[in-house]
Design a protein around this ligand. Structure first.
Ligand code: HBI
Ligand code: FE
Length: 292
């Protein structure tokens, strides 16, 4: 995820966020156009995701009753989420500092942007808006195993911060929570929030011959760079959310970070001899120039 941009560029920087950077959602401030934008984005994804997204995601939409029209009210959403897995959704102005972010996750609070993208940004925006955060991230927080993983990630982030290893841990978040794929008996399915909240990337990540699709391997993944401004050149596939949770809760990251210090990084399109290869991508998709 990009560094927190300066305040003047943020779409929604209030005069003063609280110590934990939370702000009121101010649901009454949303315009009819904002609600219409949410409905358009929601309907497009709700139509194309069944059969492409992991079933637990659809179950989360149902548990949280997110199929109601208009932008969800965070207090109502949090009530249902709290009953399911003890999580809640809190509004923030945009990207918050890493430690603040990790502390929220470690306490089962998901920090969600409260602004919604403009029509010009319909297919891509750099800063996560309410549709990316709430439609993309929140439904899986109703799944007990994934909910435990997200809290473990937050606790791991606070420890990583102390070890100066945030960049490596951010790759784990990026290639799972944001852009992860999962193997099911019916085939590969989407679960990453950055994918499921994007119509174009939902097709690209699952169906396009261009990207690699590689089996999840924690240490290898934490050596792999990622792109923040374009589709991924490689996606990583987990066997189950249980596998993801075991890898995170069951691992002492300190020696892993020490080992990673001595090892080089891999480019976004690398395939290694030891990789479990689901798709050897053609890399035919013309990615934007890599940001230096
Ligand atoms: N803040 N609101 C918000 N949302 C994020 O996803 C986020 C963040 N701050 C930091 C961050 N992500 C990443 O840098 C961490 O995963 C490392
Ligand atoms: Fe996100």
């Amino acid at each position: 995820m990009a560094e927190t941009p300066p305040a003047e560029t943020l779409p929604d920087r209030p005069a003063r966020a609280a110590e934990d950077w939370t702000v009121p959602q101010d649901w009454d401030r949303y315009s009819a156009a904002d609600h219409a934008m949410w409905d358009r984005l929601f309907d497009r994804q709700a139509r194309m995701l069944p059969g492409r997204v992991v079933p637990e995601f659809i179950a989360g939409l149902d548990i949280l009753r997110m199929d109601q029209p208009g932008i969800p009210r965070f207090d109502a959403l949090s009530q249902r989420l709290m009953a399911a897995t003890g999580w809640q959704v809190v509004a923030v102005p945009g990207l918050v500092p890493d430690r603040v972010f990790f502390d929220h996750l470690a306490n089962r609070r998901f920090p969600a942007g409260r602004f919604i993208r403009t029509p010009a940004q319909e297919d891509y925006l750099q800063e996560p808006d309410i549709f990316h955060d709430v439609f993309g991230h929140v439904p899986l927080l109703a799944n007990p195993v994934f909910a435990d993983y997200m809290q473990a990630y937050g606790e791991g982030g606070l420890r990583a911060d102390g070890l100066g290893a945030i960049e490596k841990l951010a790759r784990l978040y990026w290639y799972t929570v944001e852009f992860g794929l999962i193997a099911t008996p019916q085939g590969l399915r989407l679960y990453g929030a950055g994918i499921v909240s994007s119509n174009a990337e939902s097709h690209f990540a699952l169906e396009d011959p261009s990207p690699n699709r590689l089996g999840f391997d924690l240490q290898r993944l934490m050596r792999t760079r990622y792109r923040i401004d374009d589709f991924q050149q490689s996606y990583f596939v987990i066997d189950s959310f249980d596998q993801l949770l075991r890898q995170t809760v069951g691992t002492d990251f300190a020696p892993l970070y020490a080992a990673l210090e001595q090892q080089s990084d891999f480019d976004t399109d690398t395939i290694l001899p030891g990789d479990r290869v689901f798709t050897r991508g053609t890399q035919a998709y013309a990615h934007k120039k890599m940001q230096e």
